[in-house]
Design a protein around this ligand. Structure first.
Ligand SMILES: [Zn+2]
Length: 195
């Protein structure tokens, strides 16, 4: 019994220290780099990033931390990322309006996720403030959308760049058609699904 307890607590200790990275099985270089984000145990949004991007507070907290680092890396690459005003968190009425003008095609979106009834968006739309969706040149916009996809992949996240209805600014934790949209709408998910 005693040895069992010691063994169990040793395993827990080692597990806690090593934080066995699930993403060690990652198959792409971008995803493999995500291992470091686990080792560095990032739990908080750096305060300077939150001050410049207050809408991060509308996102589910674990998701927000990773998005903060996506933003920081895009900034260090010379981009000017900005959370679009219609994202992160959206009410049902906002979603209806956005769908009505053809900028979304779903009734429930990851932007509308809640935790304990509080806003906790599981998607965010990031634009470069200089160009948004239509400014600058196509090449400049493409450079931002590609960089966003790469930096999201570092966190294991996905953008809508290559969707049949492309939504290049949109970042979410899971690929399209993963079934997670229905799970989130049903409240049937946990923060562990974001790791
Ligand atoms: Zn979106």
């Amino acid at each position: 019994m005693r040895w069992g307890l010691i063994a169990a607590s040793t395993t827990a200790l080692l597990g806690g220290m090593l934080l066995i990275p699930r993403r060690a099985r990652a198959s792409t270089p971008g995803e493999a780099r995500g291992i470091f984000s686990i080792f560095t145990r990032r739990k908080r949004i750096p305060s300077d990033i939150l001050a410049r991007h207050p809408k991060l507070a509308e996102l589910q907290p674990d998701f927000a931390v990773k998005i903060a680092y996506v933003i920081a890396r895009l900034e260090s690459r010379g981009f000017q990322p900005k959370i679009h005003r219609d994202s992160g968190w959206r009410t049902e009425a906002q979603q209806k309006r956005i769908k009505g003008r053809g900028d979304s095609w779903v009734d429930f979106s990851f932007h509308m996720a809640t935790v304990d009834g509080q806003p906790a968006a599981l998607a965010v739309d990031l634009i470069d403030r200089r160009w948004a969706w239509e400014g600058g040149t196509a090449a400049k916009r493409a450079s931002f959308w590609n960089a966003l996809r790469e930096e999201a992949a570092v966190e294991g996240y996905h953008t809508g760049l290559n969707w049949s209805n492309p939504d290049p600014a949109h970042v979410q934790p899971w690929p399209a058609h993963s079934g997670m949209l229905a799970q989130v709408e049903a409240g049937n998910w946990s923060a562990r699904d974001l790791a």
